[in-house]
Design a protein around this ligand. Sequence first.
Ligand SMILES: C[S@@+](CC[C@H](N)C(=O)[O-])C[C@H]1O[C@@H](n2cnc3c(N)ncnc32)[C@H](O)[C@@H]1O
Length: 347
Amino acid sequence: MLIKFGILDRRLKVEKVNTGLLPAMLDGRPELVLFPLSRPLSVIELERIRGVAGLLHFCFYSFVVIEKMAGFIDLLKGALPENLHKFIPRSFDVIGDIAILELSPEIWDFRGVIGEAVLRANRHVKVVFAKGGRVDGIYRVRRLVHVAGEERTITLHRENGCVFMVDVAGTYFSPRLSGERIKVANQVKPGEVVVDLFAGVGPFAILIAKKKRGIVHAIDINPFAIQLLKENIKLNKVSGSVHPYLGDCREVVKSHLRRIADHVIMNFPSLAYEFIDVACSALKESGGIIHYYQFGRGEAACNSVVELLTERLKNSGVTSISILNVRRVRSTAPREWQVAVDALIVP
Ligand SMILES: C[S@@+](CC[C@H](N)C(=O)[O-])C[C@H]1O[C@@H](n2cnc3c(N)ncnc32)[C@H](O)[C@@H]1O
């Protein structure tokens, strides 16, 4: 509301302080938040703010001045012709200290300037790449074009209290799935067995082992992914509970992991439907939950994914299907979503 009224002084830092510092306002509250104001409030503004703020005090305070970092977009506005401003990306993915931008063809020739602006506006970013195509192939990786900063593709990414070594060029990794990983991990009980059919560098597997004390068998066909998964098992100290397998999950399940799982994770949205029989064969005789992903289009995205999954499950001969949750995980293209389904199955 202070921002809406144009009263918050954004050159100064909002602070949370222990009330011990401000004895006159103790009021029994352990902490206060101090907002720097650029002018006094009018009576009307004061009334409106009181309505949402509850306890309100005014005082003099020496605020810290924020070191003003010119925003990425402001930096670029001076460097690009005005007719191209609308093509400046409004957001980008950051994996560890590597930023990955999606640039439209209209501003491709300015990629160097744009990359430098990202570096200047985001101190923790050390490397900038532009996407050079779609995520493709069996390893689900994309071509990246280096545009600024250090020339490397490996980084350490922190997420949900875990740390992951990622090679952004040689392995799949999306920071946009961090919330989804928590949703799946929260369904696993301590000691349950999980088979992750398409594990990548291990973001689901390691979170489940570390935070939920699950036992995870993590498979991937990409040797770079398995090499980094092994590093990540060490980095997160979960070597007793995450077991890596390099190979085609169909073969690995057949030879090592039949009828052992309480949960099967199938995060390979473009092709997971081809592996529904594999997931069923990994589940315990008494049944378990599959966490299934697929791309869906339009308003009926969730329904069409559930329909296809149910049909395939019936064709695989499962005796009981119960859909527990269906959700849109993220938008992947205009009117297209990655959809997740948690389904309780008795094979
Ligand atoms: C979309 S990525 C997901 C990776 C990981 N679950 C994550 O969230 O970062 C799909 C992964 O499946 C792997 N993959 C593709 N086909 C496979 C197969 N037949 N068996 C095992 N892994 C496979 C790819 O190498 C890739 O790492």
